[in-house]
Write a protein that binds this ligand. Structure first.
Ligand SMILES: Nc1ncnc2c1ncn2[C@@H]1O[C@H](COP(=O)(O)OP(=O)(O)O)[C@@H](O)[C@H]1O
Ligand SMILES: [Mg+2]
Length: 224
């Protein structure tokens, strides 16, 4: 039996709503294998972002979460460490004031990486070149285009070497060329043994191993 990279069983999330508490996730189960890119589709408001937040243990409202990473139950992993391994890239990632270097090094200012130093400039520059980002580390991050900022934000997460990437609509507002680069970065991450869950609306881009639908608070496999 292959132990999945990320296992979620019966995630239930009840959030406050206008008409009282509302079960947004009503038993979401997912087994993500190493190397897989799983796409999740579903109408707006169906709970896709909530599901990613629950998988990243960023959601206090989850009542019954059975989560395991590489077979290790979530209860045995401190939340901050879990979030370093199961990294969520939000739909609108924060670009902080400062340079591109400041933005790429941001994760190393967090306590979970205390004692580790950020990658050196040479490594950062190489990483930028690898994803075809022709920007200087000294560039003011506020002057990045939307597509460049999206790639810097994704690179920032990838450089922390998580086991699982949770991408919330990573290419929703990108031009085709930037979306292509984001897809290639995602595929490279999976090919190196990571696992990816992507929330996407667009037509397939050929990268997904499987497509799942979130509706009525549960996930089902879409016929391919
Ligand atoms: N923090 C929150 N508190 C209360 N309700 C929320 C919260 N976040 C999301 N919701 C509600 O949960 C439902 C699912 O939202 P969301 O996960 O953002 O959906 P999607 O990403 O699929 O569009 C929506 O009805 C939304 O209004
Ligand atoms: Mg959403």
């Amino acid at each position: 039996v292959v132990v999945p990279l990320l296992l979620a069983e019966d995630l239930v999330a009840t959030l406050p709503g206008d008409a009282g508490p509302h079960a947004v996730l009503a038993g979401v189960s997912l087994a993500l294998q190493s190397g897989e890119i799983v796409d999740v589709r579903g109408p707006s408001g169906s709970g896709k972002t909530t599901m990613l937040r629950a998988l990243a243990r960023l959601l206090p409202g989850v009542s019954s979460a059975r989560l395991a990473l590489d077979g290790e139950p979530a209860e045995k992993v401190a939340p901050a460490l879990w979030r370093a391994r199961v990294a969520l890239l939000p739909q609108r990632p924060a670009i902080v004031p400062g340079t591109v270097r400041d933005n790429l090094a941001l994760p190393w200012t967090l306590r979970v990486r205390a004692g580790d130093s950020a990658p050196a400039d040479a490594e950062l520059a190489k990483a930028l070149a690898r994803v075809h980002l022709d920007v200087d580390l000294e560039r003011d991050a506020a002057r990045l285009s939307v597509g460049q900022a999206a790639r810097v934000a994704l690179l920032r997460v990838v450089l922390t070497r998580p086991r699982v990437l949770l991408l919330d609509e990573p290419d929703a507002s990108l031009d085709d060329a930037s979306a292509d680069e984001v897809r290639a970065m995602t595929q490279e991450f999976a090919a190196a043994g990571g696992g990816v869950v992507r929330v996407r609306h667009h037509r397939g881009d050929g990268a997904a191993s499987r497509v799942l639908s979130l509706a009525g608070g549960t996930l089902t496999e879409e016929p391919s």
